[in-house]
Design a protein around this ligand. Structure first.
Ligand code: FAD
Ligand code: NAI
Length: 509
């Protein structure tokens, strides 16, 4: 009997999961009719479309959306938390990309999307200048988009602190093309090291994978590349076993400064086990094609310059302001003291500007520049815009009701209109109580390699710090559930299974 019940339960849950997945696929494949823009409504322009645009489901405003067009056209959302896994081929990059077109067709709002780079925001004229940077150009590749309201969510670029040689010789890890470049370079270094008669010193240099920046990006990448070596490369190319080496360079006394002390020590001990060399108190000052120059602070406080040869250099030293944002900051006297991005008030309105909001990595708030913050800010703005649209409608109705009041009306009729006005005014007050943006920190998670992760989770006004294999399973399930779509989740799971069964692909392209 118990067996029969278990069988039924398993069958029902199987049916449930299949129905949910089936329905998600059906809604994705069969979008509804797109609403035509209503010219009487205000135009909201959204600049940048990663976490913010995905979460901005306001239905009542008319949208025009812009998207930067870089060297690689980007008409997709990118799930950055799994980007380090793409550098080694554990996950294929397309599995963490969701085409913007697919998503926008599911929205109830009238949305226009332009794949373009915003080159300037003209605050006086209330226009955004955009440029088509793709290889194929039409008759028009520069134009302007006027806005009534503007949301800036262009993120940040890679900080290099003006250190010579960084841009020319290192790889960043922010975009899909960065991950592809790293994946190709790892295999290029390995194959070049295996070239006939290569001297031992050169083999060691080529197989030295250096990561600069001990923040979560650097730590996660170091863990991923060491996994790649121990689980796959070492098996297929045993000759590299003694020379392959990963180093993580950090200017501060420890890595992962935003995690609790106990997790920092745990990460350092796991890296030691994995033979990843952590060099703290080491500040990179110069990068050349084959080596970096770093200033090392010794235990006695004295400083020394060290030359570190490398084959692959990954630069992960945090964020810097994008030019389009810096230009707007220059137009607003209230931003004169901002250095790291657009200063905003508690409603995310850009200081010194009217009807312009900034969110995510390009805005300066009291919170770290993370996806978690960007998602919540996007959701807050969605609520705010819906509220604004709703209060516009109520205001129109109030004007109608006031114009209906006249001396010819009977007392009863006048009372009725008066009651309705009072009801609407109360509704308006409720709608307007959206309040300032409040961030709820769920915790920090990072993968550190060898199927281990670290997590500082907020729990009942306290904090739980945990690290290990169970945390790794939690990390996997949390990020899987946060993926943009069912399609992404299925693809990521398939990639994980593929890598477990057959190993990562070591071909260079
Ligand atoms: P972005 O995600 O950078 O998006 C900006 C968008 O603006 C992009 O679509 C870009 O194409 C567009 N754009 C840029 N310039 C222009 C322009 N001039 N005109 C028009 N459009 C433009 N955070 C976490 O909370 N958890 C994690 O696990 C995590 N892992 C990460 C792993 C990596 C490797 C990296 C790099 C970051 C990670 N982060 C994580 C941080 C997180 O990705 C960012 O905080 C988040 O992406 C910021 O969102 P955003 O929308 O502000 O900017
Ligand atoms: P970061 O700003 O967190 O860390 C950069 C590190 O580089 C700093 O520790 C800094 O001391 C070091 N550094 C700077 N210049 C240096 C130099 N010349 N030589 C040596 N070291 C130098 O940057 P990161 O890791 O790129 O992260 C950016 C943002 O994205 C952060 O807010 C982070 O929280 C978020 N993020 C979150 C993740 C997660 O939650 N799992 C994963 C990746 C990023």
């Amino acid at each position: 009997r118990l067996l029969l019940w278990s069988w039924w339960l398993a069958w029902l849950s199987g049916l449930g999961v299949t129905s949910v997945v089936g329905f998600s696929i059906y809604t994705l494949r069969c979008p509804k009719e797109q609403i035509e823009p209503d010219p009487s409504k205000k135009t909201l322009v959204i600049l940048g479309m990663n976490w913010l645009g995905f979460r901005l489901p306001a239905e009542k405003a008319r949208y025009a959306e812009l998207q930067r067009r870089g060297r690689l056209p980007r008409n997709y959302f990118l799930f950055t938390p799994l980007l380090p896994s793409c550098t080694t081929g554990l996950i294929e990059h397309r599995s963490i990309m969701e085409p913007i077109r697919n998503v926008l067709r599911q929205k109830k709002a009238a949305v226009k999307f332009y794949e373009a780079e915003a080159t300037k925001i003209d605050y006086e004229k209330r226009v955004v200048c955009i440029k088509d940077e793709s290889e194929i150009k039409g008759d028009i590749s520069h134009t302007e988009v006027p806005f009534d309201m503007l949301v800036i969510g262009v993120g940040a670029e890679n900080a290099t602190f003006g250190i010579p040689g960084v841009r020319e010789h290192s790889c960043f890890l922010k975009e899909v093309n960065d991950a592809q470049k790293i994946r190709k370079r790892i295999m290029d270094c390995v194959e070049t090291a295996m070239f006939k008669d290569q001297p031992l010193d050169e083999i060691k240099r080529l197989l030295h994978m250096v990561v600069v920046g001990g923040g979560p990006t650097g730590v996660e990448f170091a863990g991923e590349i060491q996994d790649f070596f121990s689980e796959d490369l070492k098996k297929w190319i045993p000759e590299i076993q003694d020379s392959f080496h990963v180093s993580l360079i950090e200017a501060l006394p420890n890595v992962l400064p935003m995690f609790s002390k106990q997790l920092i020590h745990y990460t350092e001990s796991i890296f030691k086990e994995e033979k990843i060399d952590i060099r703290t108190k080491t500040m990179v000052k110069k990068v050349t094609e084959k080596y970096i120059e770093a200033e090392v602070t010794k235990p006695d406080g004295s400083k020394d310059i060290e030359i570190i040869p490398y084959g692959l250099l990954v630069w992960a030293t945090g964020n810097a302001v994008r030019p389009v944002v810096r230009d707007l900051m220059g137009q607003l006297p209230a931003q004169a003291n901002s250095r790291r991005g657009l200063a905003v008030n508690e409603d995310l309105v850009v200081n010194g500007a009217k009807n312009i909001w900034a969110v995510g990595d390009c805005a300066i708030t009291n919170y770290a520049p993370t996806a978690q913050v960007a998602v919540q800010e996007g959701a807050f703005l969605a609520r705010l815009f819906n509220t604004m649209a709703e209060s516009d409608e109520i205001e129109k109705e109030l004007q109608n009701l006031s114009s209906q009041q006249s001396q010819e009306q009977s007392e009863n009729e006048r009372n009725e209109v008066f009651e309705e006005i009072r009801r609407r005014q109360n509704q308006m007050r409720r709608v307007k109580q959206i309040g300032p943006f409040q961030y709820s920190h769920q915790g920090s998670l990072a993968y550190i390699g060898k199927e281990r992760a670290v997590a500082d989770i907020s729990w009942l006004n306290g904090n739980i710090a945990s690290g290990g294999t169970l945390t790794y399973l939690f990390w996997r399930s949390a990020y899987l559930s946060m993926c943009f779509s069912t399609r992404n989740r299925v693809l990521v799971v398939v990639d994980w299974i593929k890598a477990h069964l057959f190993g990562r692909d070591v071909s260079r392209e």
